[in-house]
Write a protein that binds this ligand. Structure first.
Ligand code: MSP
Length: 522
């Protein structure tokens, strides 16, 4: 079965920010991991291009909404290419095929009797594109996320009968694996317990949206349209825009990865819509935390937004991926701190991992004819580094299955730390000066090179670039985890201890990871 995973479809009201890059990088690591394990993967990302927010942004810029969307979605496309994100799809909700999928889906929901007319009164946040629950205590209510005034709305809209799905949604969110991390479940449970209310799925007087068939003057509410983007994205380039064809390409999704602010849409509204249309539900919704910067919320007004393109330019892919995935438990909020960023990158990647490979390979080349030294005992599973590698391997495999990138990164690093410790204890540089120790030195260097090989392989999902450079330096082939990878699971067997061939030539070493020297603030 296809492993389908999705990022949110990002609003194109503004250029990409670090929050979107964060989700996308995490999904990329997960997609690569699944491919390396041999799973067929469909990794979906995209842009959410309708709604009032986009319409207003385009107006303010003096552009037509379409021209505005074309411009910003191109920035997303380019950014993901530069980050080497391995997405298989980039769906835009202004794609004409999407319009047809939305219409077909709506027809099924309407046929289920779940569309009714009603009056929508309430306070709306355009930035969230959401009605807010109970803000009327305040005189001038504002959105707690955006700190902007809410707008009063009173419209005749079409409603989706969410209230009919109370019991099914309660049962769904009670399933242990559905909402992750488990800590986020409470918040959704409390919301559902209050009783699900029907929600409006159309807008009147909002031209920048998909027209609702049979209901003149109505366009679809942006969230109704956007969530369906996950299904349109399943279509292959040559497919006709047919809902059943799309579904046959990889539905249901294995996981929707999102930020915690949009959990309700994914864990309540979306499953109810799917139930109404008689379609299978996604297996999991993972709500990650929010990033702050040096303890402060990132925002334009504070002028402290980290631009992911600039970050990439100045620091490189490996550094940023490592910091975000290794330092912040995925699911918790996290704080981007420049000092910690440089410290971690330099200590973990340049010193611990990079130097390990560099110095070991230099010694092996110098003393063993530029080749992997001969070894027997070091290839046995009883060797202490073989044991360390086995522990790292099983931790990484189970951690990544649970989207626990931090534990995976730590386990990988621990293997490199163990190898460094072993090297320092055995001190082959002193041994080589003594008589009759050449065999032991060969065994020790083999074990450390082998540990470096496995460290590199274990890093492949998180840091494909650095992993590749290390493997090349070890004379190894680099497993392909990219969008076009043939998922054959070879990676899993490469992870077995003893894979380095004695006598194979070792390429000339060059540093695999440059130190990060940031003189100016980012
Ligand atoms: N368009 C909707 C999603 C529709 S999915 C069918 C949307 N877009 S968004 O561009 O506003 O947000 C995209 C994602 O970025 C959300 O998951 C949100 O949680 C995440 N983040 C926004 N700011 C963030 C941080 N500061 N930190 C981490 N993630 C953040 O919502």
């Amino acid at each position: 079965m296809t492993y389908t995973l999705t990022t949110p479809l990002y609003y194109v009201n503004d250029k990409p920010h670090l929050g979107s890059a964060y989700t996308t990088l995490a999904c990329d690591a997960l997609a690569r991991f699944q491919r390396l394990k041999g799973e067929p993967v469909l990794f979906i990302t995209g842009c959410d291009e309708h709604g009032q927010k986009i319409q207003r942004t385009a107006e303010a810029a003096g552009l037509s909404p379409q021209a505005h969307c074309d411009g910003v979605s191109a920035q997303y496309r380019e950014l993901w290419e530069r980050w080497q994100i391995s997405n298989n799809r980039l769906i835009r909700t202004t794609d004409p095929r999407h319009c047809q999928i939305v219409e077909q889906f709506f027809a099924r929901v309407e046929a289920s009797g779940d569309i009714v007319e009603g009056r929508q009164q309430g306070w709306y946040c355009v930035a969230c594109e959401e009605f807010k629950d109970d803000p009327h205590e305040a005189q001038d209510p504002e959105c707690s996320t955006h700190r902007r005034p809410l707008e009063w709305r009173d419209e005749l809209n079409l409603f989706f009968r969410l209230s009919r799905y109370q019991e099914q949604i309660e049962a769904l969110i009670a399933q242990p694996g559905f909402i992750q991390p488990a800590s986020r479940r409470n918040e959704v449970e409390n919301f559902v317990k209050q009783g699900l209310r029907d929600f409006s799925i159309s807008r009147v007087n909002l031209p920048w949206g998909i027209p609702v068939p049979g209901h003149e003057g109505h366009t679809f509410y942006v969230w109704f349209d956007a969530l369906l983007g996950y299904i349109t994205a399943l279509l292959e380039a040559s497919d006709a825009p047919d809902l059943d064809t799309a579904l046959s390409r990889g539905w249901p999704a294995s996981v929707h990865v999102i930020g915690k602010d949009i959990l309700r849409f994914h864990a309540v509204y979306w499953p109810a819509m799917l139930l109404s249309a008689g379609l299978p539900l996604p297996a999991k919704v993972f709500g990650h935390g929010f990033l702050t910067r040096e303890g402060q919320k990132m925002g334009k007004s504070l002028g402290n937004v980290l631009d992911p393109g600039e970050l990439l330019e100045r620091c490189g892919r490996d550094a940023v991926r490592w910091y975000l995935l290794r330092d912040i438990p995925f699911g918790d909020d996290g704080d981007f701190q420049q000092q910690r960023f440089t410290d971690l990158v330099n200590n973990d990647l340049a010193n611990t991992i990079g130097n390990l490979l560099n110095r070991t390979s230099s010694m092996a080349r110098r003393w063993f004819d530029e080749c992997v030294p001969p070894a027997t005992a070091a290839r046995e599973l009883a060797h202490p580094l073989a044991q360390a590698a086995q522990t790292a391997r099983s931790t990484v495999l189970s951690a990544l299955d649970q989207l626990d990138f931090r534990s995976a990164a730590e386990a990988t690093l621990q293997l490199a730390i163990a190898a460094n410790g072993f090297l320092n204890e055995q001190a082959p540089w002193s041994r080589m000066k003594q008589e009759g120790t050449r065999e032991q030195v060969a065994e020790d260097l083999y074990a450390v090179l082998e540990a470096a090989r496995i460290t590199a392989l274990l890093m492949a999902p998180l840091l494909p670039d650095l992993s590749g450079r290390m493997l090349v330096q070890l004379g190894q082939t680099v497993p392909n985890s990219g969008a076009e990878a043939v998922a054959d699971g070879a990676w899993l067997s490469q992870l077995a201890w003893g894979g380095l061939c004695c006598g194979a030539s070792l390429p000339e070493p060059s540093p695999v990871m440059a130190r990060l020297e940031l003189d100016d603030p980012l």
